[in-house]
Design a protein around this ligand. Sequence first.
Ligand code: ZN
Length: 280
Amino acid sequence: VPELPEVEATRLSLAHRIRGARVTSVRLGRALRWPLGIEPAHLVDWIVGDVSRRGKYLWLPLSGPLRGSAAATGGLLLHLGMSGALRFELRLGPPGPHDHFEMQTSMGTLRLTDPRRFGAVVWAPAPDAGLAGKLLAGLGVEPLSDAFTAELLHQGLRGRRVSIKQALLAGDVVVGVGNIYCSEALFQAGIDPRTPAQRVSLARCTTLVSAVQATLQKALDSGGSTLRNFSNAEGMGGRFQELAQVYGRDGQACRRCDARVCRLVQGQRATYFCPGCQRR
Ligand SMILES: [Zn+2]
């Protein structure tokens, strides 16, 4: 599942190359999670702006041909879902059975390959309007921004009886701390993933905020994780999985204390932790 670092790796591998490109055609494959929301032919001659990211969504701003004195504006909100990957290349071969969105431009072809089709490409007049506005509303703060503080996290965990792992994964306090990075950050912070969220003290929230940021930064620096077949828009895989301390290492010795790394299931997601290093 592409998580925040993978989405950011995709953005970084794409944004500088697609900026200023003029759309020449748009082709749709089978239905994705939501319909595109505009006739593909309407997007021809629109110009791509600076691609940005919010949580695991990418926003591809587009400005339309001049009508009178003002250019129409809008954009595409993209999500990689469970199995999606974006490519942007000058030349790509003919679309395959899992290529469900393809936008040809003056500077290359943007293609979404998504075997499970939980991904999406959605038109909106602005990121805070239409379906995009609905999807982006209610997202927590960006984990690598100054807005993600121990105070904000502590406040957001107040009154929540679910485990700290599930509270972080929920995404309404902080976005982008997906399953892999959540296990890794809780290990780094020394917090047992089963600890009730409301019992995590402000002091431990301080440690946890740093751990989340360090874990995500490390993942960004290594180009994300390639657990199944993630690759960025240049077709490059990431290397984070080789750096994982607990994720996917159940039964193996903890690299810090030599205890055996454990696996459990919380809210239908696998959690990995070290009973020696992590406390309630
Ligand atoms: Zn340990």
